[in-house]
Design a protein around this ligand. Structure first.
Ligand code: PYC
Length: 320
């Protein structure tokens, strides 16, 4: 055995069933630039760290990882770069709720608001006395309404394209019914939609890839939620939580349609029926700041060992 001297420490949590693994020490030097600049350095020079944390044998396809970093601007608490089994993410809200709970667990924050830098802007995490966390997201908006895409085997599917920190295609009441027993069918449907969008050149603003597909249907219990969703993430895993960036995109569409007023609460259930509460503050025109509230729980702390003789010490790459 020949262990390297690497000391990677992580803290695990889950938010509404979706895991977050935060790397809290042992992160290589990514420079002192913005989170967007550091994310590029991470992708280009240190992909082994992403893969070893998120992929098997330490992780699995649904794992979302994050690097906890010093901020670029000293007035902010910290910076964060989220990633999954295939690459970095622009933003992640369930992971931001997990970050809030992790920072509290580390004794780094008390209840109140805390500003955090991400690759797509500064968010504010508010830790509440009961342990819940509200994330004030980056400005979110609907880019195009009811865009038609021809999906082989499913026919014409209509969806809104919206930015909620990631790009989403939002589909209402088409394809398989949004129920937990249909996860395999929902995954196949969302994958087919994602492929069709790419093939037909349908993108977010400035040609950005739509990498999250979100299906909506009625909630199981209308006293507990207003809607139920299924979200396919870029690494081909489905979100176990209601997906905070997806809920943000939904709030922006509801606001644009006049179906949600400023300050009104929307309860979004995910495929496991865990619920995020959301509301919006208008910014300009139909652009809003979504505020998403959820709860997370710490599940473990680990120190990773990298044995030079282990062929899978840097993870087993996901093939999609
Ligand atoms: O909660 O924003 C979210 C998210 C994105 C990918 C997985 N979860």
């Amino acid at each position: 055995m020949s262990h390297t001297s690497r000391q990677i420490k992580v803290i695990d949590s889950h938010t509404g069933g979706e895991p977050t693994r935060i790397v809290v020490s042992g992160i290589p030097d990514l420079g002192s630039g913005s989170m967007s600049e550091r994310s590029k350095v991470f992708r280009e020079q240190h992909d082994w760290l992403r893969s070893s944390v998120a992929n098997e044998p330490r992780g699995h396809d649904a794992m979302v990882g994050a690097l906890l970093l010093p901020p670029h601007h000293p007035e902010n608490l910290c910076g964060v770069i989220f990633f999954n089994n295939t690459s970095t993410l622009h933003m992640c809200i369930h992971g931001s709720v997990g970050l809030g709970v992790t920072l509290a667990h580390m004794g780094k924050i008390l209840p109140g608001p805390h500003r955090v830098e991400t690759p797509v802007g500064v968010i504010t995490l508010t830790l509440h006395e009961d342990g819940a966390v509200t994330v004030a997201n980056v400005p979110s908006y609907r880019y195009r309404a009811q865009v038609a895409v021809e999906v082989p085997e499913y026919g014409k599917i209509l969806g809104d394209i919206a930015w909620g920190g990631n790009w989403f295609f939002l589909i209402q009441d088409q394809g398989p019914v949004v129920r937990r027993e249909n996860i395999a069918e929902l995954t196949a449907f969302a994958s087919a939609v994602k492929r069709a969008l790419a093939e037909q050149g349908i993108t977010g603003e400035n040609g950005e890839e739509i990498d999250h597909i979100e299906s909506f249907g009625p909630p199981i219990d209308a006293t507990l939620a207003d809607s139920k969703n299924f979200v396919l993430c870029p690494g081909h895993a489905y979100d176990r939580s209601p997906c905070g960036t997806g809920t943000s995109a939904k709030l922006a569409c509801l606001y644009a349609d006049g179906k949600l007023q400023a300050g009104q609460t929307w309860r979004q259930a995910g495929i496991l029926d865990s619920v995020f509460e959301g509301r919006v503050t208008p910014v300009e025109g139909l652009t809003v700041i979504p505020h998403i509230t959820g709860s997370a729980w710490i599940t473990g702390e680990s120190t990773y060992v990298y044995d030079e003789s282990d062929p899978f010490r840097h993870g087993i790459p996901t093939l999609i």
